[in-house]
Design a protein around this ligand. Structure first.
Ligand code: PLP
Length: 358
């Protein structure tokens, strides 16, 4: 069976070594030494100023909204995983969907600007498939209107623009370290900022809002455990190798697929990519469903991603005007891509797709 992704598992002995240390110290959570070591190594690896390890990528977005004191409208993208808009609704804020650009599927800055009202307090944009949003334009809009800029950078682990981590953009960036992501710690996530004041708040908000006897604010439990940090510490040294293997598969799909009948996202800003996903867009949903049936018959399971367009979810928004996202999401599919996917399987998958679409 071939799934859209397969979690990288380190040699079990490496994990066991960390577990032995946990047993010796008898400290399983509450900002333990492995959590601190992972945060330190992530900061070095990514070249970012502050990094707070949390329990997942969704709580990371919620904490970002909280520390920035966002309570009203958030302009966001309909082309993302549902966690992006759910975090906004969960925090009692109002998501306002700005449509995406048809070429890179990231939020369209010109649509963002049209939707700004006196109630707009933030932009929450996703770097779709790890490809950067138009970061300079969005930063200029946020500054001009004095609103906050948050990136859901769940797909962007290790992605660099001119040598700078994509996590350094915006007031706050968040990431997910879920098992399906390029870098993972079983479950997990992180919050990144360059702002010392925000860093102080994030640190207290993720841990009930108090440090021992000093109670500061209303917090939540966003901490992560020593066991999760241990997995992260085992996976981090392998990320370069994992990304390299993914790149080879990526290049092979590029070479083999029939681009007369398919499109893929344009990368507008040159990046050092992490090859997180291999998305293709079919001419219609009908073609996508035909391809999926053909692949499933061979025990190959791609994933409709992102689908559906979040602007179509009635429990998220009553109304929206996002024709580009509503058209793109039903045609979007992520193909299998993981570190040890055999090149012969990539050939097989490409042949099935090409035969079905031609
Ligand atoms: C994975 C993902 C999330 C959620 O992360 P979790 O760690 O699973 O909570 C949020 N946004 C995007 C774009 C994602 O891909």
């Amino acid at each position: 069976m071939i799934n859209v992704t397969k979690t990288y598992l380190p040699p079990i002995e490496e994990y066991q070594q960390y577990v032995q240390g946990i047993w010796q110290r008898n400290q399983l959570t509450n900002n333990g030494p492995l959590v601190q070591e992972l945060e330190k190594k992530l900061k070095e690896y990514l070249g970012v100023k502050h990094c707070f390890y949390v329990s997942n990528g969704t709580i990371a977005i919620q904490i970002a909204l909280k520390v920035l004191n966002i309570t009203k409208e958030v302009i966001t993208t309909p082309f993302s995983y549902c966690a992006t808009s759910h975090a906004i609704v969960w925090e009692n804020c109002t998501p306002v969907f700005a449509d995406i650009s048809p070429d890179d599927f990231c939020i369209d800055p010109s649509k963002v600007e049209q939707l700004i009202t006196e109630n707009t307090e933030a932009i929450l944009a996703t770097h779709v498939y790890g490809n950067p949003c138009e970061v300079d334009t969005l930063a200029a809009i946020a500054q001009k209107h004095n609103i906050k800029l948050i990136y859901d950078a769940a797909h962007a682990f290790g992605v660099k623009v001119n040598g700078t981590s994509l996590f350094s953009f915006g007031d706050i960036s968040t990431c997910s370290f879920h098992s399906t992501k390029v870098f993972h710690s079983t479950e997990g996530g992180a919050i990144f900022t360059d702002d010392d004041q925000l860093a102080y708040l994030i640190d207290s908000y993720r841990s009930f809002g108090h440090k021992s006897d000093n109670y500061y604010t209303i917090g939540i439990n966003g901490k992560n455990s020593e066991f999760h940090a241990a997995m992260g510490l085992c996976v981090l040294p392998k990320v370069k190798e994992i990304v390299e293997a993914r790149k080879n598969i990526f290049d092979l799909y590029d070479k083999l697929l029939n681009w007369d009948k398919l499109t893929k996202p344009k990368v507008k800003i040159p990046v050092e990519s992490n090859h997180a996903y291999y998305p293709v867009f079919f001419d219609s949903e009908e073609v996508l469903l035909k391809v999926r049936t053909a692949l499933e018959a061979e025990n190959i399971f791609p994933r409709r991603y992102f689908y559906p367009s979040l602007s179509t979810l009635k429990f998220v928004t009553a109304e929206s005007n996002c024709p580009i996202s509503d058209d793109a999401a039903p045609r979007a599919m992520a193909l299998p891509l993981y570190y040890d996917l055999a090149h012969t399987d990539v050939e097989r998958i490409s042949t099935i797709i090409n035969n079905t679409i031609s």
